[in-house]
Design a protein around this ligand. Structure first.
Ligand SMILES: Nc1nc2c(c(=O)[nH]1)N(C=O)[C@@H](CNc1ccc(C(=O)N[C@@H](CCC(=O)O)C(=O)O)cc1)CN2
Ligand SMILES: Nc1nc2c(ncn2[C@@H]2O[C@H](COP(=O)(O)OP(=O)(O)OP(=O)(O)O)[C@@H](O)[C@H]2O)c(=O)[nH]1
Ligand SMILES: [Mg+2]
Length: 439
């Protein structure tokens, strides 16, 4: 696709040091020279070889495994090499220093290996983004979502759609070109519009997975809200099994928003503790309450806590479902005999906490394995909506064939921007800058 880059880049691609093994990756035209120079020869392509690794003066640096991936069959599509060293800081530093001493070699920028893989057509943008998410994945669902995307699950869906648009446009072009001729059989368009209507529906259906994908990728936000002293911070600590929030019997203890990530049933759950809601003249507390309300507004679930049955009166401005939790059940269980609360709990003796976790889990989206080709990023969702919008416009323009074709072209361009095949230069910096050095 692109001419080979002149510079050869290298980086420590494995994580923090010291580590058992450290992998230094190289990519670019000088890779073969450098490996030959440092290890006394080139290993067979794609086969690990145990070699003594030496610096420019022939001094021994380490003994390690060496790999060579000749272009174009490598991660970047360029000649690539790997040195698998003992993961000591000084070993790695000496080797990096040695590499930097070669002409035409320099340390890679963040994301540069992936950028070169993109430039050489090894990965498209969707796959690159999937790879970034895979490296960031902390929960099982995040791993599966990102893995599907990095492996090309979304890309093949979108390229299938792009092919159908190409086909439709070609048919329209044919009809426009031969419109004057009598021997053109019927309207070709008759055959493409049902498929375009189907495509529109498919994109819309795909977009309905956005909410689930966003929850998997960014986390399910549970805001703990309620009157001061209701036991909110105590619940956060109990669910996190750590002493994160200050708990006292002073009403108005929590002012800042406190957030903790939990992994629940493979999902990332963001548990958010907030200031108790009440009318107050205290400036600091008022700011805390303003922040609490902001978090409540964009929650996925609100746990509204109260330690007495009349404590659920706060008006909450949110679309999220609200679970009313009666707290401190251990103190006086008799007061909860009414049905004021959805669930009663005690952080003191643990009553109801398993039940609560169960209720939360049942609210997490249900995801079928093998159905994880979902649009997780705003970038994808926005572009897909625009794409569907253009197809809709095309369908609605019935009769004005040239305009219809133009809308389909716009729709296809948008799919191109998704995968990075058209007009993407300005997007690249944003996407690749998410990576760390060595990826
Ligand atoms: N040691 C090591 N482990 C690693 C990587 C790596 O670069 N080095 N990876 C880095 O991310 C991941 C594996 N991804 C890779 C993707 C493509 C190719 C590659 O050589 N592709 C060639 C040949 C394909 C084939 O033989 O089937 C190609 O696409 O042409 C290598 C690794 C995870 N593990
Ligand atoms: N007996 C009993 N006391 C509890 C329970 N949960 C919390 N408390 C007590 O209630 C008081 C207030 O608890 P917090 O967790 O600080 O309440 P909060 O809702 O975070 O209060 P603010 O931050 O002021 O809004 C503390 O003295 C806790 O020890 C419980 O289940 N049983
Ligand atoms: Mg608190």
């Amino acid at each position: 696709m692109t001419a080979p880059q002149a510079e050869t880049i290298f980086a420590l691609s494995s994580g923090g040091l010291p580590s058992g093994v450290a992998v230094i990756r190289l990519s670019g035209p000088r890779t073969a020279d450098v490996i030959t120079h440092m290890t006394g020869g080139l290993p067979a392509p794609r086969r690990a070889a145990l070699r003594t690794i030496r610096d420019g003066d022939g001094e021994r640096l380490d003994q390690g495994l060496v790999l060579f991936f000749p272009a174009p069959f490598s991660f970047t599509g360029e000649d690539c090499g790997e040195l698998h060293l003992h993961g000591g800081r000084a070993v790695v530093q000496a080797t990096l220093d040695c590499l930097a001493g070669f002409d035409g070699l320099r340390l890679a920028d963040a994301g540069e290996f992936s950028r070169r893989a993109f430039a050489h057509g090894k990965l498209d943008l969707i796959e690159v983004e999937g790879l970034a998410d895979l490296l960031a994945a902390e929960t099982e669902m995040q791993r599966r979502l990102a893995g599907e995307q990095a492996a090309g699950g979304l890309s093949s869906l979108y390229s299938g759609w792009a092919k159908r648009l190409t086909h439709a446009r070609a048919m329209i072009e044919a009809e426009l070109d031969f419109a004057d001729e009598d021997d053109v059989p019927g309207s070709v368009a008759e055959r493409i519009w049902p498929d375009m209507a189907l495509l529109y529906d498919e994109i819309q259906r795909h977009l309905t997975g956005s909410a689930t994908a966003t929850i998997i990728r960014d986390g399910y936000r549970i805001v703990i809200a309620g009157e001061p002293n209701a036991g909110k911070s105590s619940l956060l600590n109990a669910l996190a099994k750590r002493d994160i929030a200050i708990v006292t019997d002073v009403a108005g203890t929590t002012r800042d928003v406190l957030e903790v990530d939990l992994s629940l049933a493979g999902f990332m759950v963001k548990l958010i503790d907030t200031a108790g809601l009440r009318d107050t003249e205290d400036q600091v507390e008022r700011e805390g309450i303003r922040r609490a309300r902001a978090r409540i507004a964009d929650a996925d679930l609100v746990l509204l806590l109260a330690d007495h049955p009349n404590g659920f009166n706060a008006t909450l401005d949110t679309q999220a479902p609200i679970l009313k939790l009666g707290t401190k059940l251990d103190r006086d269980s008799a007061i909860w005999d009414s049905s004021a609360a959805d669930l009663t709990i005690s952080v003191e003796d643990g009553t109801g906490l398993d039940r609560l976790i169960d209720m939360i889990q049942r609210r997490l989206p249900r995801v079928h394995p093998g159905a994880l080709a979902l649009p997780a990023r705003r970038r994808h969702q926005d572009l897909l909506r625009q794409c569907a919008g253009h197809i809709r416009s095309s369908l609605d323009m019935s009769g004005a064939l040239d305009l219809q074709a133009e809308y389909l072209r716009l729709a296809q361009d948008i799919l191109g921007r998704l995968t990075g095949r058209v007009d993407v230069e300005h997007l690249l910096d944003v996407i690749f800058s998410e990576f760390c050095i060595g990826k």
